[in-house]
Every structure is written in structure tokens, then in C-alpha cells.
Design a protein. Sequence first.
Length: 242
Amino acid sequence: MRYGLISDIHGNLEALETVLAELEQEKVDAILCLGDVVGYGPNPDECVKLVQARAAVCLKGNHDEASLDDTDLSFFNYVAREAIEWTSAQLSAEAKQFLRQLPYTHEFEDFLLVHASPFEPQEWNYITSWEGAEQSFQAFHQRACFVGHSHSPLVVGRSRLGAMQLLQTYPLQFEEHHRYLVNVGSVGQPRDSNPAAAFGILDTGKREYTLRRALYPVAKTQKKIRAAGLPGFLADRLAEGR
């Protein structure tokens, strides 16, 4: 089976449509979404409908949960909070119902999907250190765990003896007696200084993972963000991948 892995779309319809077209060309068997379909971007409702129609699995992200009117927004910065409040007002009742029923994790074959971290998935922990990576490895038993949340793609491999290594060469072959923590990056708001949409392709037959990037019409999305009255920073950052 070949899976397309997407995450952190954040209401960016142009990026999502571009990535879905790429995955269609790749003839993947299914699309798996790791959450944060909405937040920051100008087309939250349209992105929810498209993910609902195209993804076989979709997880709940922290921005998805925050847009449902019953979440404390005090821990979000003011830009994110303003975007969440705007997003919530744009979402249809049907879109909110879809987001509300999404699971926090999904397991298939020898793989685990989670938006933020396998350690306390509902607490939205960021994996930004070796200690955080080790904590994550202790929290799952599968061969690989795929996450999003930080908007920066990376792979950490862990040997049977516990040695960890940052892996940056693709395609990545899953080795025997190794386990992997894979961040698939962000479709709609990359933060690794590369503005191209990030997504992954998992080939379970070949036991192989590949990170892919796709250029999309950033200027079109930026124009929509500004027209919606959202903070200009959310438009500016897209061109810089930050």
C-alpha cells in the first residue's frame, strides 16, 4: 500500500489542492491527514470539505479543536487566537461536526498517526529536543509514528539499543530493529524556511518513506488572507516558510 500523508493544512486551499493533485499523480492508495485542517488560512470550510471527501483518515489537531467554540484559547498567542476566532465564525455547522468527531490517534499495520506527540496526544506537546523524542519513543510501540504540529519535517531514527539519529536523506528505508519518529511537515504553513508545501508518501510494501515538496500559488493565498482582514503576518510568513 502507498499512503499520502498530509498535515497542518491550516485553511490554505491553494496548497491543499496542489498537494492533492500531486498525490493523485502518484496514485497513492489512500490519503491520511494528521490534523489541523483549519486555523491561520482563509478557506477553512472549503478545506474541511475537501479533506472530508478525499482523506480516508483524518485526526484532530489543536487548531481544529480550538475552532469548536468550547476550548480555552488563552494559551494561543494573539495572532493564532485572532485567526481561530475568525475561523470558527467561518465554519459551517457540518464542518464543525466533522472536526468534533475526529480521533486523536490512528493505528494501522505497524504504524501510528498522531497530530502532536504520542505522549499525551490531547496535550499538544511539541517534539523539539532529544528528550522530547525519547519521551515520544517510550509512548508508542509501532515501527514508526508519524506526526505534524511543528510544521517542520524531520525524521528521528532509534536503534534497538536506544541510540537516536536525525535522518535527512530520502527516500528513507525502514531498517530492521530500528524505530522511527517522522514529522511530515506542513501543507499550508511550512516553517523550515522552505515555502513549498510539505507532505509524505509511505510505501508499506517497500518499507520506505519519502518527503515531498510542492510549489503552490502563494500570492493567491496571501491576497485572500489580507482581504479577510486576518493579521498580515500570516500572509507574509507564507512566502518565507516561517
